[in-house]
Ligand binder design. Structure first.
Ligand code: ZN
Length: 347
């Protein structure tokens, strides 16, 4: 490696989509209970210029300011709200949101590449998501999906991720060699703040489910990205190792770490220092989730909390080769379709 790494941010959402999108969703939700309301997807019109502006003045401006090159871009996670309505509600909504991300990737082919949300719905067979995955990969060139382990929105009514319930999605993921970011959506349980509790709980829960099960025996090439720095996982690594030992599971390195990866959406230096000290470097992928849940400036540093590149550059735990892995190498390995696309672009 004799060049600077491409800085690939594997966790970005279209949180700045034009207001017409949210207004259409409001109509769709109103139509569930009020038959006089029409929510026709064809009535939603968003122009290329509106999309361009929403990106250029937000995510792209910040990428240039902070020095990141490419963002893997998926629909706004808290808006997925799979608990609302029926499968049909989610199917229409996912199709709209994915198409918008595909248009962003088309308008900015060097900076954005898509990842899809799934039309999940509580109690519905995940096999119903397969057609949308096919479309996202084949038609839109998406390189990953976001999988919600709790489409009920904070009530956890689905089986664990290791259950055969989820296998139709995993079979597709393996076929296309795409990873899933394990990402819940908004919490409709008042006990769980969406981004402060539900997200981090879900990250931790997904990891523990994988320890308890033997999913990666059935799918040795399946890849999960656990976002938000892995929730409580790095901090409680000793607990997880000890529990696995008591359950007579193999060492976590072979049991789950060939398949599970963590991002760097941890918004302070000591957190990144811990993550990079505890986790093998090949399991850490750069991400910021910008523009997302935490948008302010940290008064202790004078920098945005979600300007995570600074923490990677400043941590004493990484050599230049290891930084290259975090910024670029690991993302290209985990998102093999991104790697192929970059190679086709001569990058
Ligand atoms: Zn996210």
């Amino acid at each position: 490696m004799n060049r600077d790494p491409l800085v690939i941010d594997v966790h970005g959402h279209y949180t700045t989509a034009p207001a017409a999108l949210g207004a259409w969703r409001d109509l769709q939700i109103a139509a569930l209970t009020d038959p006089s309301v029409q929510a026709d997807p064809k009535a939603l019109r968003i122009s290329d210029d509106e999309i361009r502006e929403s990106i250029e003045t937000n995510q792209l401006a910040k990428m240039r300011e902070r020095g990141s090159d490419i963002t893997i871009f998926s629909p706004r996670a808290s808006f997925m709200a799979h608990h609302i309505g029926t499968l049909e509600t989610s199917a229409t909504w996912a199709a709209i949101c994915n198409e918008l991300c595909a248009r962003v990737a088309q308008l900015f082919p060097n900076e954005f590449i898509g990842a899809g949300m799934l039309p999940q719905s509580p109690g519905v067979d995940p096999a119903t998501c397969v057609a949308e995955i096919d479309k996202c990969v084949r038609d839109y060139g998406f390189v990953g999906i976001n999988l919600n382990p709790d489409p009920s929105g904070g009530h956890w009514s689905s089986p664990p991720l290791t259950d055969r319930h989820w296998y139709p999605i995993y079979e597709k993921m393996v076929e296309y060699d795409i990873p899933a970011m394990i990402h819940v959506s908004t919490s409709c349980n008042a006990c769980f703040h969406t981004t402060g509790a539900h997200y981090l709980n879900a990250d931790t829960t997904a990891f523990m489910q994988c320890i308890q099960g033997d999913l990666f025996k059935d799918f040795p090439t399946l890849k999960f990205l656990i976002p938000h720095g892995g929730g409580a996982v790095p901090y409680h690594w000793g607990r997880f190792r000890g529990l696995a030992q008591e359950m007579k599971k193999p060492l976590l390195q072979e049991h789950v770490l060939n398949n599970i990866f963590f991002d760097t959406c941890v918004y302070h230096q000591p957190g990144i220092n811990l993550l990079t000290e505890v986790m093998p470097v090949q399991n850490i992928l750069f991400a910021s989730e910008m523009i997302g849940a935490v948008r302010g400036v940290d008064p202790q540093t004078g920098h945005y909390y979600d300007d995570t590149k600074r923490y990677i550059l400043a941590t004493p735990n990484l050599s230049p080769e290891q930084r290259f892995m975090v910024f670029e190498g690991n993302a290209r390995r985990v998102f093999s379709r991104l790697d192929a696309k970059l190679k086709a672009q001569g990058r």
